[in-house]
Design a protein around this ligand. Structure first.
Ligand code: COI
Length: 356
């Protein structure tokens, strides 16, 4: 499958934002990758073209029944000037898992990776060169067939857009305060909580707003049945360091199988740390906080990287974690991951993929 590139005239290129105040997901590059699908003919040739609006029928099924999935990965500018991706094949594999659950067609992952690399190579000047910044890559697939009726659509649009980003949270990579909600739930087993579909995020916004209104950055979700077992944070997976052991909720079907989560588990195990994936009740977390056994809590995600949790609020009581400071394990993981991603550290797992 070849990629067609529709070049933009030099005069039409956008001005690039200053590196220091990128924010997250507010600037978009000059080009995007677009590929359409029809059930009769399959995927059409991918096209790299000028970033811009789509024309969608008001009856496009994604707008009504939510067949919409996405991924998030980043391109990093190394100190050596090369551009690197981090585990892109895992993102595309997970996207096809999301597609399967949402009855959407799988995209040809190898060809998409090659086209995505071409897009990033074309946009290499947009990859920021400052610490902690990167080019966020957002592959997305939506149902475009115009029809009112709940069934799998027969037409889709796959696209990839790029956004130069800094830290996801306003706190930067400093500790964030998290609100444990027992009022709302995110997902149930058998639902779609373990895939990256748009509706999961729509359903989370009200709880996040309420948490923010109380002075917290994000929500920690509990399981939907007993409202007892820890699931994940709104934008990331969660880890607890308790008595020297790293505990994280098992992939039980209602949380996202994070690629950063998997990287944390593999790195920590390689360092000789015992990592346990199991159900962890919020009462156990609170007891460990009160008893002093809980050393660190941190979140992991592509956008969040490693985000230390400085305080947890549960049932309107705030519990500081590690004196509201970044713990040594969170710092070590952050440094190690960044080292691999920015092409400096040893890449023992083969996660880093150079663009050219
Ligand atoms: C990511 O970490 O890439 C995500 O998709 C989370 C999103 C809330 C930005």
């Amino acid at each position: 499958m070849s990629v067609r590139i529709e070049k933009i005239a030099a005069g039409e290129l956008k001005a690039k934002p200053a590196g220091e105040n990128l924010g997250f997901g507010v600037h978009f590059t000059d080009y995007m990758l677009v590929m359409s699908y029809r059930a009769e003919t399959g995927w059409a040739e991918p096209v790299i073209k000028k970033y811009g609006d789509f024309s969608l029928d008001p009856a496009a099924m994604a707008l009504h029944y939510g067949q919409a999935i996405f991924e998030g990965l980043k391109a990093y500018r190394g100190k050596d000037g090369r551009i690197y991706l981090f585990r892109p094949t895992d993102n595309l594999r997970r996207m096809n898992d999301s597609a399967a659950r949402m009855c959407m067609p799988p995209m040809p992952a190898d060809e998409v990776l090659a086209a995505m690399k071409q897009l990033v190579a074309l946009e290499r000047d947009w990859v920021p060169g400052i610490d902690g910044a990167s080019l966020y890559i957002r592959p997305t697939m939506i149902a475009t067939e115009a029809a009112l009726g709940v069934r799998p659509a027969r037409e889709y649009l796959f696209f990839v857009i790029l956004s130069p980003v800094g830290a996801y949270y306003p706190e930067g990579f400093n500790p964030v305060k998290i609100y444990v909600t027992d009022n709302y739930v995110r997902a149930v087993k058998g639902g779609v909580g373990n895939v990256k579909t748009a509706g999961n995020y729509a359903a989370s916004i009200m709880a996040a707003l309420e948490a923010q209104g109380k002075g917290y950055t994000q929500v920690l979700w509990l399981d939907a049945i007993e409202r007892r077992y820890v699931e994940e944070i709104g934008t990331s997976n969660i880890f607890f360091l308790i008595n020297g052991e790293l505990v994280t909720p098992a992939l039980s079907g209602s949380i996202l199988p994070g690629i950063t989560r998997d990287s944390v588990i593999k790195l920590a195990r390689a360092w000789g740390i015992k990592v346990i994936e199991r159900p962890i009740a919020i009462d156990e977390v609170i007891a460990a906080l009160e008893g002093g056994a809980l050393q660190e809590i941190f979140a992991s995600g592509t956008a969040a990287v490693i985000s230390p949790v400085g305080a947890l609020n549960y049932k309107d009581r705030e519990y500081p974690v590690n004196g509201e400071m970044t713990g040594p394990l969170a710092q070590r993981l952050f440094d190690e991951l960044q080292g691999i991603q920015y092409g400096e550290g040893q890449d023992d797992f083969g996660w880093r993929v150079p663009i050219e």
